[in-house]
Design a protein around this ligand. Structure first.
Ligand SMILES: C[S@@+](CC[C@H](N)C(=O)[O-])C[C@H]1O[C@@H](n2cnc3c(N)ncnc32)[C@H](O)[C@@H]1O
Length: 334
């Protein structure tokens, strides 16, 4: 963890207001990071089960767990597995702060940033296929979908074709190599507010870490593990992630079946209700101090007594993309 660039927790006051942790309660923090939320929840008197799939984040949090006298349990695991570590109906709150931490972004060796040269890695868990594995082995059609859908990059076809042409001569090993190629394919214009590689890197990062499916599974886990009255709080930074949270809460706070094929289906019990505003953004004052908060969106809902519904991924309308495994994709060139 980089001591010179600590992660500033985003929308902490709003998160605490929505989560409302109290002594004697148990809250799951699905994204421990630098422990900003966890520390505040412990200070409010609740016990915490904190998850992070990044071994560095967990290692850096050990001292906090030691200091907490048994009130903080750290789990190195993806937050999609929360239900494997918390019993059904056992949690008073569950919070997710989606995305990467400043420590991950700022360390060139983690390969998340095109601003500094490092290995083209991007794996939060530091295991499994890396961004260079994907870039060097996936067929052009999959690369177009990853960069176009997950990165929301208009020039995805141009960039994907350029990647496939370039890698035959020399496979991509560093973030600098990929960023340089993208800058060549779509040179920076004076009016551009972001670097030409931003969207491609974002698409690859979301894909490598299977971030959308992770979030969807964590929302089902919240429905299972929260007790009646338990609070779900999600802070997201990307429209695709926010859409997943929004769709889940809309579905769970509605009686309609959600399926056009079951027009006569009986009304379903609501498993969540919305307590305050449907969506809260960061205050201008916070954005001024921490520009990372600019795109943050907080959504919260409270668990009702109704039994959990089926974990049907169709609720989310996720884009149809391969899983980030090497060997399962379409051919090397397409
Ligand atoms: C934005 S940071 C969280 C910062 C934290 N709220 C704080 O105040 O310090 C996100 C963290 O969540 C972790 N993370 C992201 N997706 C994850 C997932 N699916 N499972 C477990 N941890 C995840 C990342 O490794 C990163 O450390």
């Amino acid at each position: 963890m980089s001591a010179e660039a600590p992660h500033i927790p985003v929308m902490l006051a709003e998160v605490l207001a929505a989560l409302n942790p109290a002594p004697g309660e148990t809250v799951a923090d699905g994204t421990f990071g630098a422990g900003g939320y966890t520390r505040a929840i412990l200070d409010a008197g609740a016990d915490v089960i904190a998850f992070d799939r990044d071994p560095d984040a967990i290692a850096a949090g050990r001292h906090l767990a030691d200091e907490s006298e048994g009130r903080l349990r750290l789990v190195e695991a993806p937050f999609s597995t929360i239900a494997d570590h918390a019993a059904p109906g056992s949690l008073d709150g569950l919070v997710l702060d989606i995305g990467v931490s400043s420590m991950q972004l700022d360390q060139a060796g983690r390969g998340f940033s095109f601003r500094q040269d490092g290995p083209l890695d991007m794996r939060m868990a530091q295991s499994g296929p890396s961004a260079s594995d994907i870039v060097n082995s996936y067929g052009v059609k999959d690369l177009i979908r990853i960069i176009g859908i997950l990165g929301e990059e208009r020039n995805a076809p141009k960039i994907a074709h350029a990647i496939v042409r370039a890698r035959d001569g020399a496979p991509f090993e560093t973030t600098g190599q990929l960023a340089a190629l993208i800058e060549k394919v779509q040179p920076r214009k004076a009016k551009d507010t972001i670097h030409p590689a931003t969207r491609t890197f974002q698409g690859l990062r979301i894909f490598v870490n299977d971030e959308l499916r992770e979030l969807a599974r964590a929302l089902f886990a919240a429905e299972t593990c929260l007790k009646p009255g338990g609070r779900l709080v999600v802070v997201s930074f990307h429209s695709l992630e926010d859409r997943i949270v929004k769709r889940f809460i809309a579905d769970r706070t509605s009686q309609a079946s959600g399926s056009r094929h079951l027009p006569m289906a009986a009304p379903r019990a609501l498993t969540f209700k919305i307590a305050g505003k449907a969506m809260v953004a960061a205050s201008p004052a916070e954005i001024e101090v921490n520009p990372r908060a600019r795109s943050a969106k907080l959504r919260a809902a409270t668990r009702t007594e109704a039994p959990a519904r089926d974990a049907d991924m169709a609720v989310f309308g996720l884009p149809d993309l391969p899983s980030p495994a090497i060997g399962k994709q379409e051919g090397r060139t397409a």
